[in-house]
Design a protein around this ligand. Structure first.
Ligand SMILES: Nc1ncnc2c1ncn2[C@@H]1O[C@H](COP(=O)(O)OP(=O)(O)OP(=O)(O)O)[C@@H](O)[C@H]1O
Ligand SMILES: [Mg+2]
Length: 292
């Protein structure tokens, strides 16, 4: 799996190196959490790396987004637009279902740039609300992500309404299941420290991602800056190494091919991959599985 640098400082170590190429990521957060900034940073990083950028805005118009990007310290956005390396699809105020089913596939079919662009969709929420039926919502979002992935790597934002942090129900569920990677931005006010911002990777397919909450800031000129904490540190491999030695000790009690397969994969594992079991318990369970 090829990893793309996300453009959000401090985030890559949380995602096992970055965002998977040609995948879809959903960034969920309340108003002011930094979703549009995130989406802009993602595109900007691609432009820096020579990729093309497509910004699909469903809420604010193109001028507004450019204005905000300049306010946040990204003046060069104008040059990228003039060079036609950054394209805007302004769907604000349109009938979304027609836009997604007709105009978007038309754009994708006409796209000459291959599958190496970065696409930001900001925000996905009005698309969800354009249809009431859950099945239709799922179909529409799924279709939109599938179409846009044809031209590159997709990042869509989603507004979080209601109780902050409760993503188990409501409208976040459909995009969360459909996306390859889900990032949650949580903001709250601490009586002493004031506004606090926390980022959590809810899922990231094919990647060993951080399971922790990380604090982040929004800084002019930089955008979101995440504190990676322990994610930067060299991981401990004491558990898989102990497991390997124990498996070797009990070699005769496990089929040779199984033994070989597990030994091979242990090379990639770390302590954090095992929850509350000891190496002794894991070996015991493997032996039990194959004992008559
Ligand atoms: N020039 C700036 N310098 C520092 N922080 C800024 C600046 N401009 C905006 N911010 C911060 O970024 C936040 C807005 O970020 P952004 O617009 O990306 O949020 P959003 O999640 O897209 O919000 P919405 O749901 O309302 O669209 C502001 O609430 C503010 O805290
Ligand atoms: Mg926004």
């Amino acid at each position: 799996m090829r990893k793309l640098k996300s453009g959000v400082y401090g985030l890559n170590p949380l995602l096992d190196g970055g965002i998977n190429e040609n995948s879809s990521t959903v960034v969920i957060g309340c108003s002011g959490a930094g979703k549009t900034t995130f989406a802009t940073q993602f595109i900007r990083r691609g432009l820096e790396a020579g990729q093309e950028g497509i910004f699909v805005s469903l809420d604010e118009n193109k001028e507004q987004i450019i204005k905000e990007a300049i306010e946040m310290g990204w003046k060069r956005i104008i040059d990228y637009i003039e060079e036609e390396r950054l394209v805007f699809i302004d769907a604000s105020g349109q009938e979304f279902s027609t836009f997604i089913k007709k105009e978007l596939p038309g754009f994708v079919a006409d796209w000459k740039g291959g599958a190496n662009a970065r696409i930001s969709i900001d925000p996905l929420t009005p698309v969800m609300w354009s249809v009431t039926d859950r099945y239709e919502q799922r179909e529409l979002i799924g279709f939109m992500l599938k179409e846009t992935r044809k031209v590159g790597t997709v990042l869509a934002t989603l507004e979080e309404h209601g109780t902050a942090g409760d993503l188990s129900g409501g409208e976040a569920v459909i995009p969360m299941y459909l996306a390859d990677c889900v990032i949650h931005l949580r903001n709250f006010v601490d009586s002493e420290a004031g506004l606090q911002r926390r980022l959590k990777v809810m899922k990231c397919r094919n990647s060993r991602h951080s399971k922790m909450e990380h604090s982040y800031s929004i800084v002019k000129g930089l955008g979101l800056v995440v504190n990676p904490g322990e994610s930067r540190a060299e991981p401990s491999r004491a558990f898989p190494e102990r497991l390997k030695n124990m498996l070797d000790e009990h070699k005769g009690r496990i089929p040779a091919r199984v033994h070989q397969r597990i030994i091979e994969v242990l090379e990639e594992l770390r302590d954090e991959d095992f929850n509350d079991m000891s190496p002794e318990e894991v070996v015991e369970e493997i032996i039990q599985e194959y004992e008559d």
